[in-house]
Ligand binder design. Structure first.
Ligand SMILES: Cc1cc2nc3c(=O)[nH]c(=O)nc-3n(C[C@H](O)[C@H](O)[C@H](O)COP(=O)(O)OP(=O)(O)OC[C@H]3O[C@@H](n4cnc5c(N)ncnc54)[C@H](O)[C@@H]3O)c2cc1C
Ligand code: SF4
Ligand code: SF4
Length: 439
């Protein structure tokens, strides 16, 4: 049994915070999101009301960290029955790209997410798109933004493999005069969905939700490893850091200033950067995340890894339609010429993401091991995790889902509380010394 969690600091202490920022987004005067080096972003309660009482209770109902309900009956109607247990509701699968060449080039896969948001803003009646982008003052940190133009969307195109909390601006979506497109990782989408259940005006203003597939978010420490690997010993010198985009999948690229005004540029392939560096330092919560493809979104988008990328490949995105609203929006964006997509057989999804299916398969074993060890574990009512564990894993993988987790419980000290220290970026320290903030 999980020990009682009364507030969002308790969720973080039990290693269950995903860093989505919804608690801070709905109560900006009560909670602030703080950068940490070793985990993701974490909530800090600013007032006693955030720790106990009705405000704290509402945050807990919104927070997806400890529990998220999936796959209620009305969402499942019309979904592919063969894919439901493994991937959640799948109405249609498509592959394609933005027709805007710059969006496609700068996008992670084919720029489909940005193109759909652009359609929403220019022709679909949306007041903007809430998403994340690199901070201009500290380019290896991320910030949330409500973009209202093509240029602003372009700035945010491409995946940021580092902590980001798009939900920390949900309050502005709630008070917006027009609906907004919401873009985030599956946990961000889950938080927005739960927040919408608490706040009807917010629900009405979440005009379309787009989830990006996600194998886990690396900590800032992982980004520092990447920057060092690319030759930036001093984080303050970094002028630009890209993880994806400019072709598919694109190279991880750093631009830094060196003594004498020299500009240093270096890059590493996506495979090496992700496989050898970043993925080794993902926050713990990602290892017990059962939704890696945005099952609560209207549309989910990822990479069509069923085929290998070729040199000079401009890229395409794989798109899953999850809801009727998503289906309508996609048709309208197609008709208006913002996206160029082709229908794919639903089997393209498992063919493209075998790793994500294996992780989902191991989830039942991982959660049971945590429970038996007395460590905190998330709940996913509505998901049939035992069936996926039974049918998708070999005997060896099944055993590994137990002993691998037992080892991690010891190594990561998961029975004890998570300890985190705030990370201050060099520019922030400099700004504070000069008596000014950077936010
Ligand atoms: C941490 C992480 C892990 C991923 N793991 C996988 C995976 O295992 N398999 C897979 O197929 N795809 C994965 N992706 C998604 C993939 O990289 C692309 O984002 C996706 O294919 C959409 O491409 P696109 O060109 O259509 O989107 P684009 O047009 O490039 O738009 C991407 C959108 O995502 C938003 N975004 C970028 N980084 C973040 C972030 N950290 N948090 C919230 N929003 C963000 C941007 O603001 C932008 O609006 C991952 C992405 C991230 C950030
Ligand atoms: S709402 Fe999001 S950021 Fe806040 S505690 Fe929960 S998971 Fe963490
Ligand atoms: S793996 Fe899950 S918990 Fe981790 S960032 Fe991705 S969606 Fe969120």
């Amino acid at each position: 049994m999980n020990r009682k969690m009364r507030n969002v600091e308790d969720v973080a202490a039990r290693h269950l915070c995903m860093g989505c920022g919804a608690c801070a987004g709905l109560f900006p005067d009560r909670v602030a999101m703080v950068e940490t080096a070793d985990h993701a972003r974490r909530p800090r309660c600013l007032t006693p009301a955030a720790r106990s009482g009705p405000v704290a209770d509402e945050m807990m109902r919104v927070c997806p960290g400890a529990e998220t309900q999936y796959r209620r009956d009305e969402e499942v109607r019309g979904a592919d029955a063969g894919l439901l247990d493994d991937w959640g509701p799948v109405l249609e699968v498509w592959e394609g790209h933005a027709t805007d060449r710059d969006l496609r080039f700068r996008g992670s896969s084919g720029g489909l997410v940005s193109a759909l948001a652009l359609y929403g803003i220019e022709r679909g009646g949306m007041g903007g798109a809430l998403h994340v982008k690199a901070r201009r003052d500290v380019p290896f940190l991320n910030e949330s933004a409500i973009s209202t133009s093509r240029e602003q969307l372009l700035e945010g195109a491409g995946s940021r493999y580092a902590p980001a909390s798009p939900c920390d601006r949900l309050g502005e979506v709630e008070s917006s005069p027009r609906p907004v497109v919401f873009i985030g990782k599956p946990c961000d989408v889950a938080a927005a969905y739960r927040a919408g259940r608490e706040r009807p005006r917010l629900r009405g203003n979440l005009g379309l939700t787009i989830g990006i597939f996600c194998a886990g978010v690396p900590s800032l420490a992982a980004t520092f490893d990447l920057m060092r690997h690319l030759g930036a010993d001093d984080a303050d010198d970094v002028r630009e850091l890209r993880y994806r985009g400019r072709g598919w999948p694109g190279r991880m690229t750093l631009v830094a200033s060196k003594p004498g005004g020299r500009t240093h540029r270096a890059s590493v392939s996506y495979d090496e950067g992700w496989g050898e560096i970043l993925q080794k330092k993902r926050q713990w919560r990602c290892h017990v995340c059962a939704d890696h493809t945005g099952e609560l979104a209207d549309l989910s988008v990822g990479d069509p890894w069923y085929r290998a990328a070729t040199p000079g490949d401009p890229g395409k995105s794989l798109l899953v339609v999850r809801t009727e609203r998503g289906r309508r929006f996609l048709r309208e964006a197609m008709a208006a010429g913002y996206v160029s997509v082709e229908r794919r057989d639903p089997s393209t999804l498992p063919l493209s993401q075998p790793n994500l299916l294996r992780v989902r398969g191991s989830m039942w074993g991982r959660l049971l091991t945590l429970r038996l060890a007395g460590a905190a574990y998330p709940r996913y009512p509505g998901m049939r995790l035992f069936r996926v564990w039974r049918s998708r894993l070999s005997w060896r993988e099944k055993a590994q889902s137990f002993y691998g987790t037992a080892l991690r419980i010891l190594r990561r000290r998961l029975v004890a509380d998570e300890r985190w220290r705030p990370f201050a970026a060099p520019a922030e320290v400099a700004g504070a010394r000069a008596g000014r903030g950077t936010h």
